[in-house]
Design a protein around this ligand. Structure first.
Ligand code: HEM
Length: 488
């Protein structure tokens, strides 16, 4: 590094830059000359420094780390990443806010994104989750609407409580997620102090080809810590980058944050009889029914040398699974299998898998060729044909997923007809997982967040809360009335 710093300045073509202070002009007070190619190169590059931000999860922080397996789960999955206790796998994690743009303040009330890329010997496995185990709805067709609801109003260019809550309250299935976001856990104190969840049901497949349904959990070893609305306002006033600073500094100081990787495992056949729809992203599986099983522990131990190179250009996708880990029929997951790669082909380009943070550590032998920014030699002289006469880069049938039974009738089935019990789990969360103080925090956070929405929207929300528990509806109403009274 020290030597590099003393090397002379060059253009991108490697030619010496003679003067980086004065542009080339016609006379000391005259206009610039088109011949100042250094000026042209420098300005043209600068004009293109910004890449499109992620449509959701634009503000984020990331770091590299290591997973260590602590428990043998090979009876559930043949994935090599889990193959032996003590096995280590490099990883990259990016945490994020969801609704805000790249300049958003870290301490806002919002869901936190929790994306982990494991560089396994069988390819990259991306677990692209959140700090909540559920989501607002069950069909990916609603995702662009959510985005429009939580982002800026088209006319005022302001975030709008009415747009946000009008949308949420029309979806009864959103109440579970809304309750979590409005609860005392709605503003984590830092990225280190929160759990993560794969959220969807995925599959694990063992060496015998048996499938198990699985949910992934990351359990923080730093303890859960949250901010109140008041603390968050003070934090944002003092430091808009509080999560970035906390994560970066703790890693830089050798205080490596750690999470335990845990799973809930459901035998394949249970899916037909379990009391909750097993592929419904608005519901959790009870830990009494499917207890947490430890898999390993991972830590973040290295900051990126360059934020843009690694954190901004990171491309995670739920489609990135490895043998022994697979999908489920969860409609939301199915929709995401398309959306991420599609977004990244637009945001970063068709060859974004070659960017070092995204490149697998194992050799890749696909027949994809060409495209913008192909920088790896494009597989040289290897002809891009398969089948071929040379036994070159053949498909690997031993890795095929076991066959899966699916319904035979294609239609636009109304998911609301299939396990329409949307209020039971938010009711359980409200009654059994919160104490009186936490319930009061939930009421008051909701009142502040919904403030500014129309009375009709407020009444719709109170109606939904009342379905979960009459005390939930009544508490929210009282808090809203108290807030309105305090404002006269
Ligand atoms: C980012 C789509 C639901 C977690 C993104 C991006 C897209 C997207 C297009 C930006 C990708 C990029 O430019 O690199 C969708 C769609 C969804 C959905 C269509 C529903 C159908 C979810 C759910 C979760 C989630 C349910 C969590 C369980 C994330 C995270 C990121 C992200 C963590 C940021 C990844 C990073 O740090 O780069 N989503 N999403 N999304 N999404 Fe989703």
């Amino acid at each position: 590094m020290a030597n590099e710093n003393t090397l002379p300045m060059t253009t991108v073509a490697g030619a010496p830059v003679a003067n980086n202070q004065d542009s080339l002009t016609a006379g000391p007070r005259g206009p610039l000359l088109l011949q100042d190619v250094w000026f042209l190169e420098k300005m043209a590059h600068f004009d293109r420094e910004v890449i499109p931000e992620r449509r959701m999860h634009a503000k984020g922080s990331g770091a590299f780390g290591t997973l260590t397996i602590t428990n043998d789960i090979s009876k559930y999955s043949s994935a090599k990443v889990f193959s032996e206790v003590g096995k280590k796998t490099e990883l990259f994690t990016r945490f994020s806010l969801v609704a805000g743009e790249r300049g958003a303040a870290d301490a806002e009330r919002d869901i936190r994104g929790f994306a982990v890329k494991f560089y396994t010997e069988e390819g990259n496995w991306d677990l692209v989750g959140n700090n909540t185990p559920v989501f607002f709805f069950r069909d990916p067709l609603k995702f662009p609407d959510l985005n429009h609801a939580v982002k800026r109003d088209p006319r005022t260019n302001l975030r709008s409580a009415e747009n946000n809550w009008d949308f949420w309250t029309h979806l009864p299935e959103a109440l579970h997620q809304v309750t979590i976001v409005m609860s005392d856990r709605g503003i984590p104190a830092s990225y280190r102090n929160m759990h993560g969840f794969g959220s969807h049901t995925y599959s694990l497949i063992n060496a015998e080809g048996e499938r198990f349904w699985v949910k992934f959990h990351h359990v923080t070893q730093q303890g859960i810590k949250n901010l109140t609305d008041e603390e968050s306002a003070a934090m944002i006033g003092a430091d808009r980058e509080s999560h970035q600073r906390d994560l970066f500094d703790s890693i830089e100081n050798g205080d490596f944050p750690k999470w335990k990787l845990m799973i809930q495992v459901m035998p394949e056949a249970d899916a037909d009889t379990y009391k909750y729809h097993p592929f419904d992203l608005t519901k959790v599986w009870s830990k009494k029914d499917y207890p947490l099983i430890e898999v390993g522990e991972w830590e973040l131990n290295r900051n990126a040398e360059n934020y843009h190179a690694d954190v901004e250009q990171a491309a995670f996708s739920p489609a990135h699974v490895v043998p022994g880990i697979s999908f489920s029929p969860d409609r939301m997951l199915q929709g995401r299998l398309f959306s991420y790669g599609d977004a990244q082909r637009y945001r970063l380009g068709v060859n974004h898998h070659q960017i070092p943070v995204n490149a697998p550590k194992n050799p890749t032998n696909s027949y994809h060729r060409d495209g913008a920014m192909r920088v790896d030699g494009n597989q040289g002289r290897t002809p891009s044909i398969e089948p071929n006469s040379y036994n070159r880069w053949n498909q690997q049938p031993t890795y095929a997923d076991p066959a899966q039974a699916i319904g035979a009738v294609a239609d636009r089935f109304n998911f609301r007809d299939d396990d329409a019990n949307y209020f039971e789990q938010p009711g359980i969360l409200f009654r059994e997982k919160m104490d009186d103080a936490q319930r009061q925090v939930l009421f008051e956070n909701t009142a502040r967040a919904i403030d500014g929405a129309s009375q009709a929207t407020i009444e719709r929300h109170i109606f939904n809360c009342t379905q979960a528990d009459p005390a939930y509806g009544a508490g929210v109403r009282k808090a809203i009335e108290a807030l309105q009274a305090s404002k006269g």
